[in-house]
Design a protein around this ligand. Structure first.
Ligand code: MG
Length: 420
């Protein structure tokens, strides 16, 4: 068809599990899960686990009866982030325009290529061959339909991982949309689903054929856009670059409750150096810092305390030492020695591009060479190899439990596999 738009959504199958399997091919047909921080809940499931009826988000301790059958991993985000960037790099070989939508999903513009269908199978094949990552691909004239097509590719083995809306007849499209409940449409939440159900709109087909003016006036422009997208009129463009973000947050629950100030300082110093590194990577400066603590909300037998403090820097900064010192000072103001905390975090606000600022003669900061060296060493040998003094190994007792974590196969020299 002339002027046919071909947008592909490439989505990695159970991405975290697939990353773990790259280096453990013995697990390729075995049930595998990845657990959230503190080894709490299931966040990624292999298809064998889905078939056992294990739900997303289920607490691992409740799955006792499966512990001997399912292989569980703690989440290894260093590995997943590295594999994700390899996936995106490989996808870039297939289209000049890519919107990286999430860690394991990208929209690709395939409009204009003569062989879109074959191209999709080639992408799938190369992902498996070069990275051992299985993907499903949905192709359609709009992002919303591409998302739907992807869903179908994933659910129906007959599609062999690729489903194109653009190859369907009008009749097939209608049958398909009639069979899809609106809850499965991208961007429709539970609440909106209930509202629409009251208007007798329960399937994708009913939504597509609803009165657009009624939808716009009653539910707003966002849902109206979505309806247009179902009608094959593209409203959502591919966003290649996201606008700079408004804040940078690092926080985590502790492996156990913590009341010792030196341990809290260590946690806050860790988060402070983490956000500083992110800030420099994005070539931004921060004006404000927020430090916060939280007790365990589920322990109603213990006193509850969730203090926070905001401080501004004397001048916008990206300096690890300044940020860490300010964070620690803030922590000392808010931490109560009689309370056991479950979580600490640091958040930078008031971000601006580093290029917008004229350096100030009177502001003390550590030398750029020192900071660059710190970043380079930590990137090469792992976070916290070099750190600010309060952030050292003796007080690192707060860290979350990660009893089942896999090695950093691709990002740490000592963890590389050795092949004989
Ligand atoms: Mg996925």
């Amino acid at each position: 068809m002339e002027n046919q738009r071909d947008i592909a959504l490439v989505d990695c199958d159970n991405f975290f599990v697939s990353c773990e399997r790259i280096f453990r091919p013995d697990l390729n047909t075995r049930p595998v899960v990845v657990l959230s921080s503190n080894d709490g809940c299931v966040v990624s499931r292999s298809k064998e686990v889905k078939a056992m009826g294990v739900k997303m988000g289920e607490p691992w301790f409740k799955l006792q009866k499966y512990h001997s059958v399912i292989t569980a991993f703690s989440s290894n985000f260093k590995l997943y982030a590295d594999i994700s960037s390899r996936v995106k790099r490989l996808l870039a070989d297939f289209s000049p325009i890519q919107e990286s939508y999430s860690i394991d999903e990208s929209f690709l513009e395939l409009t204009g290529f003569r062989d879109v269908w074959d191209r999709a199978f080639t992408i799938r094949h190369e992902m498996l061959r070069q990275l051992s990552i299985p993907v499903c691909i949905g192709i359609a004239p709009t992002k919303t339909l591409a998302k739907l097509a992807n869903h179908i590719a994933k659910k129906h083995p007959r599609s062999r991982g690729v489903f194109s809306w653009n190859r369907l007849t009008e009749r097939q499209k209608q049958t398909l949309l009639t069979a899809i409940p609106i809850s499965e449409i991208w961007g429709i939440g539970k609440k909106m689903g209930r509202h629409l159900a009251r208007q007798q709109i329960t399937t994708a087909w009913q939504l597509k054929t609803a009165n657009l003016d009624m939808i716009r006036s009653r539910y707003g422009v966002i849902l109206a856009r979505l309806v247009s997208e179902l009608r094959e009129e593209p409203c959502l463009d591919l966003v290649e670059m996201r606008p700079p973000r408004q804040q940078i947050l690092s926080s985590r629950s502790f492996g156990h409750l913590v009341s010792r100030l030196d341990v809290l300082e260590n946690a806050v110093a860790y988060h402070a150096s983490h956000v500083s590194e992110t800030l420099r990577k994005e070539k931004s400066l921060a004006n404000l810092i927020q430090v916060f603590l939280q007790t365990d909300r589920f322990r109603d037998d213990l006193p509850q305390h969730a203090p926070q403090v905001w401080q501004s820097f004397p001048a916008p900064t990206d300096d690890t030492l300044t940020i860490t010192q300010t964070a620690i000072a803030g922590l000392r103001d808010i931490a109560c020695p009689l309370v056991a905390y479950k979580k600490a975090g640091v958040c930078l606000h008031g971000l601006m591009p580093a290029t917008d600022i004229t350096p100030d003669l009177f502001t003390q900061r550590s030398s750029p060479a020192l900071t660059a060296t710190l970043d380079a060493i930590n990137q090469r040998f792992g976070p916290n190899t070099l750190c600010v003094a309060s952030n050292n190994a003796q007080t690192r007792l707060w860290q979350p439990r990660k009893e089942k974590i896999s090695p950093e196969y691709t990002t740490r020299w000592s963890d590389f596999l050795i092949c004989y």
